[in-house]
Design a protein around this ligand. Structure first.
Ligand code: ADP
Length: 157
């Protein structure tokens, strides 16, 4: 069984993330979407909230599991019996950043391979940081995020 880890901050999860996850589940037997967190870095939403919003957003997607972890992604992948790190690519900026990340992870554990999926055109400008910026300035984010995230953000406004 081929398990992939789709790791990220997901602060919050967006429709772009969801699309990569869905495509991943068509390729791999199971995709674990895992919130990576750093106890010293305060994010926008608490980790438990990010996990809860992902759980609510992925209910209709088969072969997926939601989790969170701290520390090295390759260590987490090994612990979960996963041999693939799934990531998304939007543009040349992502490509540069992800190239370094993939090479670093390969240097740490070369039996875990990074696999990239290119985003659909309609999601290439969607990012968690843009969602946070729009939300914090009173804008409507419902086009960019799954319904549970839009609902949650509406309620904390
Ligand atoms: P990180 O802090 O690890 O970059 P993110 O939550 O920002 O976490 O992103 C996780 C992964 O999802 C990264 O590979 C990122 O490039 C990808 N990603 C983010 N937004 C999109 C999008 N709109 N379409 C496709 N992939 C995306």
């Amino acid at each position: 069984m081929k398990t992939a880890i789709f790791a990220g901050s997901f602060d919050p999860i967006t429709n772009g993330h969801l699309d990569i996850l869905k495509s991943g589940t068509e390729i791999f037997d199971k995709v674990i979407i895992a919130v990576s967190y750093n106890a010293n870095k305060k994010g926008f939403l608490p980790v438990e909230t990010r996990v809860k919003l992902i759980e609510e957003s992925v209910r209709s997607i088969k072969n997926t599991e939601v989790d969170y972890y701290a520390g090295l992604t390759v260590e987490y992948a090994k612990k979960r019996g996963a041999s693939v790190l799934l990531r998304g690519l939007r543009n040349a900026g992502d490509f540069e950043y992800e190239t370094q990340l993939s090479q670093t992870n390969a240097a740490l554990n070369n039996s875990i391979k990074s696999v990239y999926l290119i985003t659909k055109p309609e999601y290439c400008f969607v990012s968690s940081s843009a969602v946070r910026e729009i939300f914090q300035n009173g804008g409507d984010v419902s086009k960019f995020v799954p319904a549970p995230v839009a609902e949650y953000l509406k309620n904390i406004r």
